[in-house]
Write a protein of this length. Sequence first.
Length: 172
Amino acid sequence: YPYLSNINQRFIGNLSPTSGNNWKEFMPPDSLLGFRNGKNIAALHYGKYIYMTNSQGFISIGEKDFYVTNRKTLNTFRIIVVGGSTVMGQGSFTPSENLPAQIYSLLKLKDNKKTRFEVINAGVGGYTSGQELLYIMSEIVSYDPDLIIVYDGWNDQSYNNILIGLYGENMN
């Protein structure tokens, strides 16, 4: 994996259904959100998808150094994308292929002297809309976003189906 040869993050190995300790390190417990992204970590998912986080737990969009300051520079339009695994990068072989990276690559073409676009990947695999709302309210707003894109639904649907299976269609 040449992409992993010159990174700033600690490589923890492969994430698979049987790699329990690696998952606990990649997604450590959090008292408010249940779990969150680990910090300064690189990992492979199923041996082929590369996930990398920075010291804030944000997922890379292909940049080697992707630390984000809370204060934006002048004329910066900051977009933060929250969601579950589809935002985080499930199915993307490299960080530059995930959804926020694709948004950034299109906006980068529009960068000019008046406006600089910045896109932050705040996706966390498995998050539901409730966790995303807590994440936005407790942390994301401190990064002064101009736009927050919420891309989710699959995890809400999946968890809802589990509840229906446990408690029936008429759960309250």
